[in-house]
Design a protein around this ligand. Structure first.
Ligand code: UD1
Ligand code: MG
Length: 463
């Protein structure tokens, strides 16, 4: 089998500078979902018909696909299939043609269609010229209606704009997913005339022509009618996103993860949960993220392109990006870990702490109000409240190093590049501009004066 994906349309109803099929659903273009469903079938080759802003599509999906260009942006779906004629003209088998704006179609449904073609061939001795995916919709408005004869063969598909008031009552609609026997498609498609109303060449007109030629066309009803939803407007895109989102959440729940208040959760399609994960309301798990066994993701937290190992806790309202949180570590609440940081086993990055491009060893703690940037901090270090690693001199970023077991007192300023030795002690409020050798104490503070009764007098003067 070969597969052809139609992705050249203007998407006028989207009112956008971006091709319709590149609009995103859970962080991926809607076309990504269509291609995922198609790839699941292992077709011998996959081609895309592109047109409007085709560079955006090619840049994103790269050259694992064949691309055909539709030169007339208003040519219609039939014209789109004709644009790729070199792909299927001499092909003797079935070709899947699928609309690029049908992101909910599942691989299994198309497999069902393929099985159906074989069954009809075997038990009815009929070679189907085309099989189209359809569904019964309570409100079929906007979709092509499937008109059948009494035996259940498709006579034609009428588009909404061309449908008579009687045809408009038909609830079975065309889902935009087809299997065509290529030799018959070739005969029929050239006979399609552009619509008098829109000037477009409708692919759906081939069914009428095939039926007239005595060929057999059938429809295959989707088990779940939502599957055929076409995203023609931004609102339909939102609805498709919700359907996909809930499907992903349900899948993870069935694999043994607890999702609190699922209507508020965002888990993208490439995220992995390893079991017994608990996700609290409003959390977002983005991109290529792996969440280990028993991890807790607190309310409102965002984890993007990161690994969170077994038993770690991301407390509420924390953000972890492009980083690695080792087993049993605690991040947050209100923490920000970013840019290739690594938080060691059982370490703790607490309230209002920002960690950037830094390494924290095992059991190291920075529990309150700190900035750790470009630092390598070994195990069992205590970073006090308000400690700042000043890594930027106005021009360049510099690294810092803190050896194991060191203690950095509250409100200290670590001016990089600098090295703080193992088991050394930095007294609170110090400004560290020189290396501190192992085991030493560093203190830099103006001398404290206590002046007898001066406080009371000062207050009186003020009143
Ligand atoms: C189409 C079907 C309709 C079906 C519905 C299902 C036709 C004429 N109608 O309508 O029967 O119920 O899908 O969702 O096919 N495209 C191109 N080139 C073009 C026009 C469109 O590549 O010139 C692509 C679009 O990018 C899109 C797909 O084809 O991905 C479908 O086009 P669209 O305009 O959305 O068709 P619908 O009006 O939804
Ligand atoms: Mg559409």
């Amino acid at each position: 089998m070969r597969a052809l994906v139609l992705a050249a349309g203007l998407g006028t109803r989207f009112i956008s500078e971006k091709p319709k099929v590149m609009h995103s659903i859970l962080g991926k273009p809607m076309l990504w979902y269509v291609l995922k469903a198609v790839k699941g079938l292992n077709p011998e080759s996959i081609a895309l018909v592109v047109g409007y802003k085709s560079e955006q599509i090619k840049n994103y999906f790269g050259d694992s696909y064949l691309y055909f260009h539709q030169s007339n942006p208003k040519g219609g779906t039939g014209d789109a299939v004709l644009s790729a004629i070199e792909f299927w003209r001499n092909y003797e088998g079935y070709m899947l043609v699928i609309n690029g704006d049908s992101p909910l179609v599942r691989t299994n449904t198309i497999k069902g269609m393929l099985r159906y073609i074989h069954l009809v061939e075997e038990y009815e001795s009929i070679k189907l010229s085309a099989l189209l995916l359809s569904a019964q919709l309570p409100d079929p408005t906007g979709y092509g209606r499937v008109v059948k004869d009494q035996e259940g063969n498709v006579l034609k598909v009428v588009e909404e704009k061309d449908a008579s008031s009687e045809e408009k009552l038909i609830k079975e609609v065309n889902g935009g997913v087809y299997l065509f026997y290529c030799p018959h498609l070739l005969e029929a498609l050239f006979k399609v005339k552009p619509s008098q109303k829109t000037g477009e060449v409708y692919l759906t007109e081939v069914f009428r022509i095939m039926a007239q030629m005595g060929y057999t066309v059938r429809s295959f009803m989707a088990e779940d009618p939502t599957e055929i939803l076409g995203a023609n407007t931004r609102w339909e895109l939102s609805i498709a996103e919700n359907v996909i989102r809930l499907g992903i959440l349900q899948g993870w729940a069935e694999k043994g993860n607890t999702l609190h208040q699922p209507e508020s959760l965002w888990i993208e399609p490439e995220v992995e949960l390893q079991g017994d994960v608990e996700v609290y309301p409003d959390a977002m798990l983005i991109g290529n993220t792996k969440i280990g066994k028993g991890v807790k993701i607190g309310k409102g937290s965002i984890v993007e392109n990161s690994i969170v190992e077994d038993g770690a806790i991301i407390e509420a309202y924390s953000i972890v990006r492009n980083s690695h949180i080792k087993a049993g570590a605690i991040v947050g609440p209100f923490a920000h870990v970013r840019e290739k940081s690594l938080i060691g086993k059982e370490s703790h990055v607490g309230n209002f702490v920002e960690v950037k491009k830094s390494f924290l060893g095992e059991r190291t703690k920075a529990k309150h109000l700190a900035y750790i940037g470009d630092a390598e901090i070994e195990e069992d270090v205590n970073v006090g409240a308000g400690v700042v690693f000043a890594n930027f001199d106005g021009k360049r970023k510099h690294p810092s190093y803190v050896g194991k077991g060191a203690f950095i007192g509250s409100n200290s300023l670590i001016v990089a590049p600098v090295r703080i030795g193992s088991y050394s002690f930095v007294a609170g409020g110090s400004v560290i501009t020189k290396d501190v050798p192992d085991g030493d104490l560093a203190i830099s503070r103006p001398k404290l004066k206590i002046l007898k009764d001066k406080g009371k007098k000062k207050l009186q003067d003020l009143r």
